[in-house]
Design a binder for this molecule. Structure first.
Ligand code: GFB
Length: 431
């Protein structure tokens, strides 16, 4: 390839030969390309499980749109970033929680009905066979526009900048000229190029950085930065509905709710068709005869102290609701310490209070992420749900209940914090 200095001069400089392609500085002549293209992404390490699920949604909509826009010239595939090393996953008795494939938590066949996805370990095999290398063609480290707040200019931005040593900390240039980063702990994956991109805007704007005539694999690091193109639209909800969980997690949750919460899908009108594309709009879900509360503690007690209640106050809010609803059972999904849970249970001793405690084998197989999903499934099928203000864990339960068709007033409820009750969002489903 040749390197040119100015994008405007590029066509002249590169010539009009058939089969040349441009990126931001080079002209390439190529003879042969397969049409398979891969998008990889990663997220800022401190972000939690349920925000990461939202980043997946944005990215899956972006990748699906790419295929449609390129009129099937390229087959775009989304490589699923393995799960691991999350701040909240603290269990130490189940071995290391890293390089966890998506199939541990989600049903891949359901995801694939929305967009072609591929697990990282499958990608490594397929890509190294087809491309004779396991080097990702180009990595963009996305960065916020730090000046945006100083200047008050919030226009979209998509600008290559020099990488600071800090931005490149995770990426080490090797003597052969490419970059190693121990991508998700895979030391055999490298990158040919790493670029820093100041980005402000929605996902679709990333398209201009792909150069699919040249690169077959592009990765975006810090994919939490681009915003949704279509939050709350039908497209958003189709992608969200495709995020069915691993069927084993539904089975464990259902066994528990049948045994301890007198719940039954057909009686509770919480059944869904096996295939999410066959789901229809409804509002008649009844739910099992229990209230579920998602009581977020730990880091929320520090970072969002004003918006979470004391245990005593939570108990009193729950008692009032239980009386109003004439229910006898409460299911508690929480990351609280045992002493807080026990205090709540004893304050609510006029009701049957229960929580899900996984067996050793469930924990080993499905890890902290799977146990959290089991809690979420049980809450999604409760007669009445009450969550924690601004917790993405709560939001994902609310979305599952919208898909199942509960009346919205049985879903969009939050515990009031020690300050006053904050205004709550209710994102209703669109079909
Ligand atoms: O999922 P998540 O991003 O929700 O993070 P937030 C909370 C994590 O804590 C979950 C555990 O992924 C679980 O590992 N957890 C919380 C629970 N509640 C429960 C529960 O009821 N049952 C089980 N089994 N596990 C964000 C954080 O949390 O809040 C950010 O991710 C930041 O880092 C922000 O701290 C303030 O949206 O609630």
């Amino acid at each position: 390839y040749l390197t040119y200095k100015n994008v405007a001069q590029a066509p002249e400089y590169c010539g009009k030969k058939n089969g040349y392609a441009l990126d931001d500085k080079n002209c390439f002549w190529h003879t042969e390309f397969t049409s398979k293209r891969y998008i990889l992404y990663d997220v800022n390490p401190p972000e939690g499980f349920n925000l990461r699920r939202d980043v997946y949604l944005r990215t899956s909509i972006f990748v699906r749109n790419l295929s449609e826009k390129s009129k099937k010239r390229y087959q775009w595939h989304l490589v699923l970033p393995p799960w691991g090393n999350l701040y909240h996953w603290r269990s130490t008795d189940i071995g290391p929680q890293k390089q966890i494939p998506w199939s541990t938590f989600f049903d891949l066949e359901s995801l694939k009905k929305y967009v072609p996805v591929i697990e990282m370990h499958e990608f490594i095999k397929e890509y190294s066979q087809n491309s004779k290398t396991s080097a990702i063609d180009r990595v963009y480290i996305l960065q916020n526009d730090e000046k945006m707040f100083e200047t008050g200019n919030f226009d979209d931005k998509n600008q290559l900048v020099n990488c600071t040593p800090d931005a490149l900390r995770k990426y080490q240039a090797s003597s052969s000229g490419n970059y190693g980063a121990k991508f998700w702990g895979y030391s055999n994956v490298t990158a040919n190029e790493v670029k820093c991109l100041v980005y402000h805007g929605t996902m679709s704007g990333l398209e201009e950085n792909l150069y699919p005539d040249i690169y077959s694999s592009v990765m975006f690091d810090h994919m939490e930065i681009p915003l949704h193109d279509s939050y709350g639209t039908k497209e958003f909800w189709a992608a969200r509905r495709s995020m069915r969980y691993n069927s084993a997690l539904y089975e464990i949750a259902n066994d528990f709710s049948q045994k301890y919460l007198k719940s039954n899908d057909s009686r509770d009108k919480t059944e869904l068709p096996m295939d999410w594309t066959k789901e229809k709009s409804k509002r008649n879900a009844l739910g099992g005869p229990y209230l579920c509360v998602h009581l977020r503690r730990r880091d929320f007690l520090i970072g969002r102290a004003g918006s979470v209640p004391t245990i005593k106050n939570a108990a009193s809010q729950l008692s009032i609701k239980m009386e109003e609803l004439n229910l006898q059972s409460i299911f508690i999904a929480t990351d609280a310490e045992n002493n807080e849970y026990n205090e709540l249970k004893s304050l609510l001793n006029m009701y049957a209070v229960t929580r899900y405690t996984p067996s050793d084998s469930v924990k080993k197989l499905y890890k902290d992420g799977g146990v959290a999903i089991i809690d979420q499934i049980i809450c999604s099928k409760a007669r009445y749900f009450i969550g924690t203000h601004e917790s993405t864990f709560t939001f994902r339960i609310q979305e599952d209940r919208e898909i199942m068709g509960f009346p919205s007033k049985m879903t969009f409820n939050e515990l009031c914090g020690i300050e006053k009750c904050k205004s709550r969002s209710s994102w209703k489903i669109l079909w």
